[in-house]
Design a protein around this ligand. Structure first.
Ligand SMILES: Cc1cc2nc3c(=O)[nH]c(=O)nc-3n(C[C@H](O)[C@H](O)[C@H](O)COP(=O)(O)OP(=O)(O)OC[C@H]3O[C@@H](n4cnc5c(N)ncnc54)[C@H](O)[C@@H]3O)c2cc1C
Length: 425
């Protein structure tokens, strides 16, 4: 028997997860049509490259997986099959060399995402990928076709890779959640992850007008027994930036539970408390306190303004209190910033709604991947790694589904599909 055509796969969502699923399906011999609501694919990936594209992290498997918290177990096989080294080798094949930064994070040598996306799309199109832009998926028609409003599309298998619910202007708006819930798919509520926070009391006008947007560094933050050094940015309403993101999940959960959370800052992380007190007690003669703080401890500018915010001009002269505040500066936080501003989204399609190949139990033949699944992780390359690893896994699952002729509209076309058993092991 000769087959007239390969089975048809529809991938909806052209972010890193969807493009990876498309690649795996093309490798397996499927015809792949990729749909996206935006005029072009990979918009969030391109944005990620603006601040230096952090592809993955070089730390060992165990701590790496631990970054995914409760989702570490469901993600285990996917992250083992496509881990940091595999990701780097994949990028290398696209002509993108990578390097490990001092923090252990992995970046493309040029730090950008545009060359990687360009090379990747070029290769995918050469493999036969057909892209359909400005097509917003709205669910299924009564007879089971994919509903794009003015067009209904039939496919033998579908991968949904619709992203989370942040930066809606780049395409991922979370509108898929009620659509899937309407199909009986359990979706854990979408919440901001890797986000900024609002302070209980707004910063003073003085602090905002002079220092909003500036980094506070070096500084170490503590919350719920964990301490980490880094830097953050003072915003109009509170705090934002990499150090905040690394505590964001714990802060968000505490605020949900208790109404507020106290993030404690050590403004002099390299100075023991005894040394701080000693330096402050040193006679300063005719010098002002500001000069003394700057020359003895390097405290000036924004850090000095932060102290002033709590103690006022008078209070700054109380040495024991000043020393204590320098080592434990409380920032009372009351709310995460809105989800649309977050770097990523927590929550999503529940693991219980999926089989081991990431197929929706409620919609056989429909697979899910990327940030729309119920996992979260800090920044550090963990987000993209999981998007690519789950995109690959869903693509393999979709291939396996197609390879079983019972699942294709044209039973003969399944012959052309390479079952992924060997790859998936
Ligand atoms: C500022 C910023 C910087 C970041 N930097 C990094 C970084 O350095 N390292 C890192 O690991 N991660 C980073 N991330 C996170 C990373 O970019 C995302 O986790 C990743 O892009 C998610 O991939 P995805 O494929 O799941 O979804 P997305 O990239 O969000 O793609 C989803 C696609 O689905 C489409 N879509 C959605 N709904 C529909 C619909 N109904 N119909 C049709 N199409 C639809 C969207 O248009 C979009 O193209 C950053 C994020 C931001 C915002």
């Amino acid at each position: 028997m000769t087959c007239s055509s390969a089975p048809r796969a529809a991938v909806i969502g052209g972010g890193p997860a969807g493009l990876m699923a498309a690649e795996i399906l093309l490798d397996g011999g499927a015809q792949v049509d990729l749909y996206d609501a935006m005029p072009s694919v990979g918009r969030k990936l391109l944005l990620a490259g603006k601040g230096g594209l952090n592809l993955t992290h070089s730390e060992p498997e165990e701590p790496f997986r631990g970054r995914y918290g409760a989702a570490a177990e469901p993600l285990r096989s996917m992250l083992q099959a496509f881990n940091g080294p595999a990701l780097r080798a994949w990028a290398e094949q696209l002509g993108v060399s990578t390097f490990v930064g001092t923090s252990g994070r992995v970046f493309p040598t040029d730090m950008k995402s545009a060359p990687l996306l360009r090379a990747w799309l070029h290769r995918l199109r050469a493999q036969g990928l057909r892209t359909h832009m400005r097509r917003r998926w709205q669910g299924w028609t009564a007879d089971g076709a994919l509903d794009f409003g003015d067009e209904a599309v039939r496919s033998d298998v579908t991968v949904l890779a619709l992203g989370g619910a942040s930066w809606a202007r780049l395409g991922s708006d979370g509108a898929w959640a009620p659509t899937l819930q309407g199909q009986g798919v359990s979706v854990t509520p979408l919440r901001p992850a890797n986000c900024g926070f609002d302070r209980v009391q707004p910063w003073s006008d003085y602090l905002r007008s002079r220092h909003a947007g500036q980094p506070v560094k070096p500084v170490a933050a503590s919350f719920e027994g964990r301490r980490q050094q880094g830097e953050f940015v003072l915003t109009d309403t509170g705090v934002e930036g990499s150090l905040v993101y690394s505590f964001a999940a714990a802060l968000r959960d505490a605020i949900e539970r208790d109404g507020r959370a106290t993030w404690v800052l050590d403004l002099l992380p390299d100075h023991p408390a005894t040394r701080v007190l000693e330096e402050l007690r040193r006679p300063r003669g005719p010098r002002s306190l500001a000069t003394h703080l700057k020359s003895r401890l390097g405290v000036a500018g924004l850090k000095l303004a932060l102290l002033h915010e709590v103690l006022g001009a008078e209070g700054l002269n109380g040495i024991p209190r000043l020393a204590a505040l320098l080592k434990a500066y409380p920032v009372e936080l009351v709310a995460p910033r809105p989800i649309d501003e977050a770097i990523s989204t927590a929550g999503g399609v529940a693991w219980s709604a999926l089989d081991e190949h990431l197929m929706l139990k409620a919609r056989p033949g429909v697979f899910c991947a990327g940030e729309m699944l119920d996992w979260e992780a800090p920044t550090g390359g963990y987000l993209l790694t999981a998007c690519w690893a789950t995109g690959r896994w869903a693509g393999l699952g979709a291939r396996r589904w197609l390879a079983s002729s019972a699942n294709t509209t044209d039973a003969c076309s399944a012959e052309g599909i390479q079952s992924p058993a060997a790859d998936a092991d």
